[in-house]
Design a protein around this ligand. Structure first.
Ligand SMILES: Nc1nc2c(ncn2[C@@H]2O[C@H](COP(=O)(O)OP(=O)(O)OP(=O)(O)O)[C@@H](O)[C@H]2O)c(=O)[nH]1
Ligand SMILES: [Mg+2]
Length: 295
């Protein structure tokens, strides 16, 4: 039997405001694009599990939606994912981007109650001066009692080794929870729906990305390719035409880009069949939000 007496393992929640670079950071550490990332806020809507294994440790990251004051049911479900990740974690990474002006006090409410170690991670140091970064760190340390402060650029990979060292330090000794070669535990069809949603964020504007969800109806592994039938679901009738675009050009573009990114993820050829559906006010309705997988 393998001896795990010197092995450390634990759960790490990655939390912070939208757009701070939480998903980019997790992807950088894992060395693969697991969690979707865009320049738009509120890209991540679930808790995404990413597993980083070394010989002597296994760190299970929980990437989460950005902390906001929720206005509708979908956003409430998103904030429940944040709470759950914080509750399940052995250690919490609180990510703040350089240039941040103010973190609202409510972002720290649950952390104060939980009494777990919290590391402050200042991200995007590539786009700020050292002075500004240090000032930000100082003022945040006045606002909340962090156990340590780390400085990284998730995009460029700066500071990642020091961060991993700081994460491993307080982790409990114990055997790995997952096989060492496992990267995540979501099914491929989940990643497919996320990659389609990522393209919705990249291609459409204003309210449209925030009104849309994606459901994979059918995922069939055939000999020569994966056949995927997916629905792009919008919140209002008037949004259907916007997704489709003049002469179907927009949805064709969406389908092509999404197919390419799913192929890059699976390493297999994909046939992607996309349809648009209207589910009036789905994001305001608790049942629909749950049925679309946000639970
Ligand atoms: N310059 C710079 N940009 C970064 C860095 N890390 C992330 N970004 C960019 O910041 C934007 C947001 O990144 P995400 O990883 O999606 O941020 P997030 O915190 O997961 O956002 P939500 O899921 O919306 O909460 C993207 O355009 C990233 O490319 C960094 O270290 N430097
Ligand atoms: Mg994210």
């Amino acid at each position: 039997m393998t001896d795990f007496s010197n092995h450390k393992s634990g759960y790490i929640a990655i939390v912070g405001k939208p757009n701070a670079g939480k998903s980019t950071l997790m992807n950088k550490i894992l060395g693969t694009k697991l969690s979707i990332t865009t320049h738009k806020a509120q890209t991540t809507r679930h808790q995404i599990i990413g597993i980083h294994s070394e010989d002597d440790s296994q760190i299970i990251f929980l990437d989460t939606p950005g902390i906001i004051n929720p206005k509708y049911e979908l956003q409430k479900a998103m904030m429940r994912f944040v709470e759950k990740a914080e509750k399940d974690a052995d250690l919490i990474l609180f990510i703040v981007e350089t240039g941040e002006k103010k973190i609202p006090d409510y972002a720290f409410d649950s952390l104060t109650k939980l009494q777990k170690p919290v590391l402050l991670v200042i991200n995007k140091i590539d786009s700020s001066t050292e002075n500004e970064t240090k000032q930000l760190a100082a003022s945040l340390n006045e606002q909340f009692n962090f156990n340590a402060t780390l400085f990284v650029s998730a995009l460029e990979g700066t500071g990642i080794d020091q961060l991993l060292k700081a994460i491993k330090e307080p982790l409990p000794f114990g055997p790995p929870f997952y096989p060492k070669d496992e990267l995540s535990e979501h099914p491929v069809r989940f990643f497919a729906s996320e990659l389609i949603r990522e393209q919705v964020y990249l291609q459409y504007h204003e309210e449209l990305p925030y009104s849309t969800t994606v459901e994979v109806i059918q995922f069939e592994e055939r000999d020569d390719l994966d056949y995927i039938n997916a629905e792009v679901i919008v919140n209002r009738n008037s949004q259907k035409g916007m997704i489709i675009g003049k002469g179907g050009r927009a949805i064709k573009q969406l389908g092509m880009a999404a197919r390419e990114s799913i192929e890059a993820f699976t390493g297999r050829k994909v046939f992607l069949d996309l349809h648009v559906k209207v589910r009036e006010k789905w994001r305001e309705r608790e049942n629909m939000v749950k049925n679309f997988g946000y639970r």
